[in-house]
Write a protein that binds this ligand. Structure first.
Ligand code: UD1
Length: 416
């Protein structure tokens, strides 16, 4: 496992080009498998999770190649295999989204249960209830899900919780089901809208994506298209946080400011100086540091994927802050690591109680992707040297994270 060695950084300055969204790319890759023609995707981040998804596509009989650094072409004229490989599926949870295109095109699918994960139990009951409502016969056993249905039909589906993954899986399936599907209490994240825009560009008929009630009229055929993925709002939020933790003058380019509005709103409350343009934001000066309370929520609330990163910020501001995690049941594994760096955080159930402290460099471990990013940011302001281990987890979601940080003046060395 590799590590980053980070030294305290006085000033961050310059421009960061934000890459394509990981969490939009993965469902769009799954959706592209509905179509037998060639699909060209632009603004695709070069990440391990994307490569793993491409390996699954090869396994199913498809071909992929990068025609430029961020341009990926996929073609799957015929699905030759309906069993998803355990080795690849277990590496990323989003691979469960191939359930829908394989079921639609092959009439059956066998896929390993995605399993637990360090941030919580993460069941898939909402995905399965939706598929059943659309006519699939589902069997579960020996760690696998098997689903069969010669042709899915439209259905009225009400999700108990606005799950991002369940909404995506069901939108993909409904795009080619017989008749009309309504999904209520669905997720409204920007990645859902991007998925719907992509599917509509291939000829699907999806209305109201981005609201909590989506209507999908199934079509018989989809066609080739070229589509550019939205920028990664969590990568943008991460650099935004770095900018206000350090003395800085940085500009984040290739972003959609509306997508990070919930983060900017909270940070403005604690005194951050953020100016926005059409597709950029500029962050100036260190945040003067007052406490605040944050509750993670489905979009448009404060994103759970920013929770660990915001915790790193709040442990350096003065006074007491609270963070309540409402989306996942075990997303505080970064806290013992931040405390090793001198943070003063206590956990009570789903609430982290954070008292401002001075951080000192230490050896720490990334426990998941965003927890790892939080430790790197803490390392930028901690006195002395910080070593963050398990950086492969961070690289799952950030393309050239170390290089982008170095370019704006951070002192970060990578050892693989
Ligand atoms: C996606 C994102 C992840 C983000 C999360 C919430 C991707 C690849 N990952 O994950 O980065 O943190 O959305 O914004 O896009 N749940 C159930 N039953 C289900 C499905 C979900 O109870 O069938 C629960 C989960 O356990 C969790 C909550 O719903 O507590 C949210 O999960 P979900 O929105 O599905 O997250 P993912 O799609 O897995």
């Amino acid at each position: 496992m590799g590590k980053y060695t980070i030294s305290q950084t006085d000033f961050l300055e310059g421009e960061v080009l934000i890459g394509g969204s990981k969490n939009a790319t993965l469902p769009i890759l799954a959706a592209s498998l509905l179509c037998p023609d060639k699909i060209t995707l632009k603004n695709v981040p070069n990440l391990v999770d994307v490569s793993n998804m491409c390996n699954i596509i090869s396994h199913l009989g498809g071909k992929y190649n990068f025609e430029a650094a961020d341009e990926l072409c996929i073609s799957l004229p015929e699905i030759t295999e309906h069993k998803a490989p355990y080795e690849s599926v277990s590496k990323l949870r989003a691979s469960f989204l191939i359930m829908s295109p394989v079921l639609v095109r092959y009439g059956k699918v066998r896929i390993p249960l995605p399993g637990g994960c360090p941030i919580g139990t993460r069941p898939i009951d909402l995905h399965l209830k939706g598929f059943s409502a659309m006519g699939a016969k589902i069997k579960q056993g020996h760690g696998y899900i098997e689903a069969k249905c010669p042709k899915l039909h439209g259905a009225n589906i009400y999700l108990d919780f606005p799950s991002v993954g369940a909404t995506e899986n069901l939108i993909i399936a409904a795009s080619m089901a017989e008749g009309e599907t309504i999904i209520e209490n669905c997720a409204t994240e920007p990645e859902i809208v991007d998925l719907a825009n992509f599917l509509n560009k291939m000829g699907a008929r999806i209305q109201n994506a981005g609201s909590d009630k989506i209507k999908i009229v199934g079509v018989d055929k989809l066609h080739a298209c070229s589509y550019s993925i939205i920028p990664d709002r969590i990568e943008a939020g991460t650099f935004l946080t770095a900018g206000i933790m350090c003395e800085s003058d940085i500009t984040l380019k290739n972003i959609i400011p509306d997508h990070i509005r919930p983060i900017m709103a909270k940070y403005s409350e604690i005194g951050a100086d953020i100016k926005e343009g059409d597709n950029y934001i500029r962050i100036k000066g260190k945040c003067k540091g007052i406490n605040t309370d944050i509750m993670t929520m489905p979009h448009p609330g404060f994103p759970t994927d920013m929770q660990a990163i915001a915790t790193a910020l709040l442990c350096t501001t003065s006074g007491r802050s609270l963070i309540v995690e409402t989306v996942f049941d075990n997303r505080f594994l970064h806290i013992p690591e931040l405390n090793r760096m001198g943070a003063n955080i206590k956990v009570d159930g789903r609430t982290a109680i954070i008292d401002g402290a001075k951080l000192t460099g230490a050896k720490v471990k990334a426990t998941d992707l965003r927890a790892g990013a939080a430790l790197v940011l803490a390392g930028l302001v901690a006195k002395g040297k910080t070593e963050v281990e398990n950086i492969e987890l961070i690289q799952r979601g950030y393309e050239n994270f170390d290089e982008k940080l170095r370019k704006i003046g951070a002192s970060i060395k990578t050892t693989l």
